[in-house]
Design a protein around this ligand. Structure first.
Ligand SMILES: *Cc1c(COP(=O)(O)O)cnc(C)c1O
Length: 521
């Protein structure tokens, strides 16, 4: 067959790639309305100046064309519902469908935040029971459900620390942050007005106690610590760390994004933590990223309670629930209304569906799965820290880098094997890090497929490094300009006149100004 013949035979494929604007023809519609049986109204006149007269340049297509367009675009992406998503530190677990069912119950889905408390008792009860469960899980005394994400929770927590220290006379100047910390931690400290002081890890990948002891002084408001840390290692001296801080009047903030390793096994409130956030969209199975808004509740000890964002939920003498706005020491609101309520419903559904035993089992399975991968890939990939792994394991690309294959290349090649990449080049304490978190959601069969893929890539690195350095080979586009996509995102499609240069790739280019290199047609 000639190239010409192939082009002709596969033209429906090319057609399917056509843009929605290219399919547009004047007068085509995706709906048909019955003839009007009431007098017509001039909507523009009725609405006056708020009426939009110019609808812009809209495509005119049939219902089926539009369904195919969006369905096709949805298949260009990867999702937890398609396969394993071992993105370390992100806890990409299954979003149970029962959560969605519960969140769509009319009484909850249609509750309005301006509804009087009297007729909001069900919604208030959801928030109260969720709060109580999270306090039980964390061992803390008080909580706010307002923050909309992990980083937002961090900011709220540091504001609580600041307000508390201020009330003691001096908010202090600095926050200590270990070199293994998530990037949001120093950003949070800085945005709350603190200077960041780096704390180094020891050879086991844990906080260097001697360094902490010598760096801690009365200028330091506290320490922001992820536990288990971003190496997936539990800080075994956490009690000592808390004592060192408390002795000098400082506070211990715990980044609780990794609670999937601890729920039902141990409680931050019992090992000296003063304030922490949870990521409902990680540990508690609510959708992550594009699937829905996040939620980052902040739990604290009694001493910080007066400073919590307002309003707080209170139980009245007659057993009904209400909001208390009379909180003179509160840091104020951090989010409109009461936080992302739909996520509170889903997280509570997850907690109640599992129960205490189920949550403990979840934690054990998450840790078991990570350790299975660790045991099976150790040797194929270098394991820089030998301390026991919790819910995730961090390898380095040192063995592959000798052949010029870096962690980013291995991640790209993993896409060809049908998996979402692991977290690349993080934490920074491991040069060329591969950070893998399978979560409890994956079966042994799926873990084996992942291990097979990773071992196969390790062999390819020996035999044909170029194959990996130019991956992925099976996707619509190959290597993209990731920097421009992050720095100059173009989030809205704008019709552009096709030119010879952009005709073919215009949809891709405009969907983030990504410049495809090596696209396979
Ligand atoms: C995910 C994560 C965060 C930030 O949470 P967001 O909800 O993405 O803002 C902070 N710290 C750690 C350790 C994380 O894994």
């Amino acid at each position: 067959m000639s190239d010409q013949d192939i082009k002709k035979a596969t033209r429906h494929v090319n057609q399917n790639e056509a843009l929605i604007f290219e399919r547009s023809s004047p007068g085509k519609k995706a709906y048909r309305l019955p003839p009007l049986d009431v007098p017509a109204v001039d909507v523009g006149k009725a609405l006056g100046s708020v009426a939009r007269r110019d609808l812009g340049d809209m495509p005119e297509v049939s219902e089926m064309e539009i369904i195919r367009h969006f369905t096709r675009i949805s298949t260009w992406n990867y999702a937890i519902d398609l396969g394993m998503y071992p993105l370390g530190s992100c806890t990409m677990k299954y979003n149970a469908r029962v959560n969605e069912f519960v969140a769509r119950l009319r009484g909850l889905a249609e509750a309005h935040p301006y509804q009087p408390e009297r007729i909001s008792q069900g919604a208030l009860r959801v928030m109260k029971v969720l709060s109580d469960c999270l306090l039980d899980i964390t061992g803390m005394d008080a909580i706010t459900l307002q923050p909309a994400a992990g980083a937002h929770g961090e900011m709220t927590g540091i504001l609580l620390m600041h307000a508390y220290l201020q009330s003691k006379g001096n908010p202090r100047k600095k926050i200590l942050i270990p070199d293994s910390a998530h990037g949001t931690n120093p950003a949070t400290a800085a945005i709350c007005g603190y200077a960041v002081e780096n704390l180094k890890s020891n050879s086991h990948g844990m906080v260097d106690i001697a360094a902490l002891e010598s760096q801690m002084n009365e200028d330091i408001a506290g320490l922001m610590l992820t536990n288990p840390n971003t190496l997936g290692i539990f800080e075994q001296e956490i009690h000592k760390i808390a004592d060192i801080l408390h002795r000098k009047g400082g506070l211990l903030y715990m980044d609780g994004a990794n609670m999937n390793a601890l729920v039902g096994k141990t409680r931050p409130g019992d090992f000296g933590v003063d304030v922490m956030h949870l990521n409902l969209h990680k540990t508690f199975s609510t959708p992550h990223g594009g699937g829905g808004p996040g939620s980052g509740p902040v739990a604290c000890k009694k001493i910080l309670e007066p400073f919590l964002p307002k309003p707080v939920i209170t139980e009245n003498a007659d057993g009904t629930l209400g909001f208390d706005y009379d909180r003179p020491q509160s840091v104020g609101r951090v989010r409109m209304f009461f936080g992302n309520f739909g996520m509170h419903v889903r997280a509570l559904a997850y907690i109640m569906a599992n129960g205490p035993d189920g949550l403990r089992q979840t934690t054990e399975d998450a840790v078991l799965n990570a350790n299975y991968i660790r045991a099976r890939l150790n040797g194929d990939y270098e394991l820089p820290y030998k301390s026991p792994s919790m819910h995730e394991v961090v390898f380095s690309d040192r063995l592959q880098a000798q052949r010029g294959v870096k962690t980013g290349d291995i991640a790209k090649r993993l896409i060809d094997y049908g998996f979402h990449p692991y977290t690349v080049s993080f934490p920074l304490v491991v040069p060329g890090a591969l950070m893998i978190e399978p979560t409890e959601s994956e079966s042994l069969e799926e873990l084996d497929l992942f291990v097979d893929a990773m071992q196969s890539i390790a062999r390819e690195a020996e035999e044909d490094p170029e194959l990996i350095k130019t991956a992925p080979h099976t996707t619509r586009v190959s290597r993209l300009d990731e920097t421009s996509a992050a720095r100059k995102p173009v989030l809205r499609w704008k019709k552009e006149e096709p030119t010879a240069k952009n005709a073919k790739n215009s949809e891709l280019v405009s969907a983030g100004e990504l410049v495809p290199s090596g696209r396979r047609d």
